[in-house]
Design a protein around this ligand. Structure first.
Ligand code: AN7
Length: 353
């Protein structure tokens, strides 16, 4: 019914009597069983968590609604974030909904068109920074320490509190935690939040096991894998073009205490997974989202045995966010025809046999 995460999981969230129970209908996203790729990989129990079905088309809404509710509760006058695009789209939407101005700092020329369009449509004040995401985040952190404007990047603890509800939903649907959770890693907040969610549910007796956390960075933006910040991160997956993740330590903690891995995938592997997800499963995720499936394919190729395992791949954002890439990277099956029945028959009937 779209009651939102604040109402649905209020017992697990920092909700007080004074917290406004806002909702744009975030959360309660589909967990879809793989129809083709899973069986091909020998994994009968592969699921995709479709976070692109959130109100602004990414998982960010789960945490943003909590951060925004707490900002209102605390009497904030405005919010600010740095973003590779999705956080700014989400902040802008909830800002419009709550009538609390949002300032979003985005790396100039590096944000996918759909995300920029969202921030503009929702009416955020957009500050284009001549620098990458890491530079923008640093500015926002310093600014919000100095001025009474609320920081709504995931360094705001309420963001990760909201995001952990995705792990609750996975368990609520499957009846227990999966064996593996594959997830893209950028600023490393989401992997941290999922791990926290699984652990809290485990402690509350809502699941009997914990998943191995399998995080994937892009090869050109893989500071955690390489063990050092990357000054000039590069990848086609602009959402995770991040060289110095804010939640670095907690992501490593999630990896180690779950017995999982944080690994990297190349842009080619990301694009392959991006195309497979759409063309074999009917799921159009944005490129960064496909890093989770790319990671699964990579580890399967390297011998990870998935038989009898229950696996969840988090598809963090919608493919519609980055239409340019879809059009330029997919060999499109468009065929020009004359506007006659004969022409349509000639093309169509030769292709259906
Ligand atoms: C689709 O919007 O960092 O590891 O500023 O948009 O929690 O950062 C987005 C990140 C994965 C990585 N998939 O999650 C931002 C931003 C998508 C994303 C990530 C992002 P984190």
């Amino acid at each position: 019914m779209g009651i939102g995460v604040l109402r649905k999981y209020r017992d697990y969230l920092p909700v007080t009597e004074d917290t406004p129970l806002l909702s744009l209908g975030e959360g309660d996203t589909p967990l879809v069983r793989s129809n083709r790729l899973g069986p091909e990989l020998g994994c009968e129990d592969l699921y995709f968590k479709l976070e692109g079905c959130n109100p602004t088309g990414s998982f960010k809404d789960r945490g943003m609604v909590v951060a925004m509710a707490k900002a209102l509760e605390q009497g904030s006058v405005a919010v600010m974030c740095a973003s590779t695009g999705n956080t700014s789209a989400s902040a802008a939407a909830y800002s419009a909904y709550c009538n609390l101005p949002a300032f979003v700092l985005i790396p100039k020329g590096e944000v996918a068109l759909g995300k920029l369009a969202q921030a503009m449509a929702y009416g955020a004040r957009i500050l284009m920074v001549d620098g990458n995401f890491d530079v923008a985040l640093k500015l926002v952190r310093i600014f919000t320490e100095k001025h009474a404007i609320t920081l709504v990047n995931s360094v705001n603890p309420h963001r990760l509190e909201g995001q952990k509800t995705a792990a609750f939903e996975v368990v609520d649907v499957l009846g227990d935690a999966p064996d593996y959770l594959f997830i893209p890693v950028g600023n490393a907040g989401n992997i941290t939040a999922y791990w926290r969610g699984f652990r809290e549910y485990y402690q509350a007796g809502c699941c009997n096991a914990l998943p191995k956390m399998m995080g994937f960075q892009a090869e050109g933006a893989a500071p955690i894998v390489r063990g050092a910040p990357v000054a000039h991160p590069q990848t086609i997956a602009s959402a995770i073009r991040i060289g110095n993740p804010a939640s670095w330590k907690s992501a490593v903690e999630a990896r180690d205490s779950s017995g999982g891995v944080i690994d990297m995938v190349s842009d080619d592997e990301i694009l392959e997974a991006y195309r497979l997800l759409a063309s074999r499963e009917g799921i159009f995720g944005e490129p960064a989202s496909a890093a989770s499936l790319a990671g699964l394919l990579k580890h399967h190729r390297q011998g990870l045995d998935l038989r009898g395992k229950r696996v969840v791949c988090v598809i963090t954002g919608s493919g519609l966010k980055d239409p340019d890439l879809a059009v330029s990277s997919v060999a499109a099956h468009t065929i020009e025809v004359k506007p006659t029945l004969e022409a349509v028959e000639e093309v169509t009937l030769s292709l259906v046999s």
